[in-house]
Design a protein around this ligand. Structure first.
Ligand SMILES: [Zn+2]
Ligand SMILES: [Zn+2]
Length: 391
């Protein structure tokens, strides 16, 4: 049997695994069935080591190459679903009300499992493949939790790779870019405190509404005056609350506003936060108010290492042909927690085509099973490129 035959056969099995996972979505860190399924498959494939219970339900499988010592490469798949009702009418639709695999993490998990089976059977490389199955990508920072539990040191992982499906990109096609691929997304809430009183006697009060209005306007300068025009930043104030429409003759004690900031550069991300703190402090002082910032950090910018991205592109081109690989795709303002792994180790994330489908996080979305085979081939080829095998 050739390697290509083997991958095709495994991809058929992996379609079954994908649908089984799709039927039983689980959320965040609470993935007992999913992680048991993954660990069971890895053991059945005969991988050298299966570590469970990392960040609760995270699983790592290790496959050592038959060609001797070499680097340790981490391949990551996310396993969690979303808290929403599925509207696909598929025969294998979610059996759990209020939970759905609407981001294709069922497909990512099945694809990496398929590659694992092939790699465990062939071992035609020098070094070690660490298969990382993480919980809680959807808002729970599962990647960070695994890192905090020592994931990278424990297994000696030197580089990290991830793949996410992309609706609208043809099945079998790939897209990526060096540098920032996805934005960092942070949120914040500001409480402006003054002193309330009768609206007819403003000098006896300290008006937080006027102060908040000036501060909101000043926040617009974070983009227009403090950011490099070639470095994309979004600042949106999305929340504002003060006083009461039933008490229009009352100056309230406080005013609250908040919003979100998206950045494409981790330096910019830190700089914007610092500018925001300065604007709030000095701005509030002008009005004799105090502004308290509740900074709620989200996922960092997802930054692809240029060298590892070149390697990922080579692997994708070997699988799909150069015409089917976008090497400088558009950045997206969404976020992804693989960014935490890329902060620690060089690596690259690529998009792989899901064909014409509903968008991610849409109740009609479904992962395209035809993407499993090209996805597996990408993983296997990437291992061959990074770990110096002949394959
Ligand atoms: Zn998602
Ligand atoms: Zn996702």
């Amino acid at each position: 049997m050739t390697a290509a035959d083997d991958l095709t056969r495994i991809a058929q099995d992996a379609t079954g695994w994908r649908r089984a996972l799709h039927e039983q979505p689980e959320l965040l860190y609470d993935l007992p069935k999913t992680s048991a399924f993954v660990a069971g498959k890895l053991r059945a494939f005969g991988v050298d080591e299966v570590a469970t219970g990392i960040a609760g339900t995270g699983v790592v499988g290790l496959i050592r190459g038959a060609k001797g010592a070499g680097p340790v490469i981490g391949l990551r798949a996310d396993m969690d679903a979303l808290p929403m009702d599925e509207k696909t009418n598929l025969p294998y639709a979610s059996k759990v009300p209020g939970m759905m695999h609407a981001c294709g993490h069922d497909g990512h998990t099945a694809t990496l499992l398929g590659a694992a089976q092939h790699l465990a059977a062939t071992r035609d490389f020098a070094g070690t493949v660490a298969l990382i199955f993480q919980p809680a990508e959807e808002g729970g920072a599962g990647a960070r939790a695994m890192i905090e539990e020592g994931l990278l040191e424990r297994f000696g992982i030197e580089s990290v790779y991830a793949m996410h499906n992309q609706p609208g990109l043809p099945v079998g096609a790939f897209a990526t870019r060096p540098g920032a691929l996805l934005a960092g997304g942070d949120r914040f809430v500001v409480t402006v405190s003054g002193r309330g009183g009768h609206a007819s006697a403003p000098t006896k009060s300290i008006d937080p509404v006027v102060a908040a209005s000036h501060l909101i306007a000043a926040c617009q300068t974070l983009v227009s005056r403090f950011s490099d025009p070639f470095d994309q930043v979004v600042v949106s104030i999305t929340y504002l609350d003060a006083g009461s429409a039933g008490a229009l003759n009352v100056i309230p004690d406080s005013a609250v506003f908040g919003g979100t900031i998206r950045t494409m550069n981790n330096e910019t991300r830190k700089a914007i936060e610092a500018h925001l703190r300065r604007i709030l402090k000095s701005g509030a002082e002008q009005f004799s108010c105090e502004a308290e910032l509740d900074w709620r950090p989200g996922y960092p910018v997802t930054v692809n290492d240029p060298g590892k991205t070149a390697l990922a592109v080579e692997a994708a081109q070997a699988v799909a042909g150069a015409a089917q690989v976008e090497t400088a795709c558009d950045r997206q303002m969404g976020s992804e927690d693989f960014s935490y792994m890329l902060e620690q180790r060089p690596g690259a994330m690529v998009w792989f085509g899901n064909g014409e489908s509903a968008e991610l996080h849409n109740p009609a979305y479904n992962f395209n099973d035809d993407a499993i085979l090209p996805g597996m081939r990408y993983w296997v080829t990437l291992v061959a490129r990074e770990l110096g095998a002949a394959a």
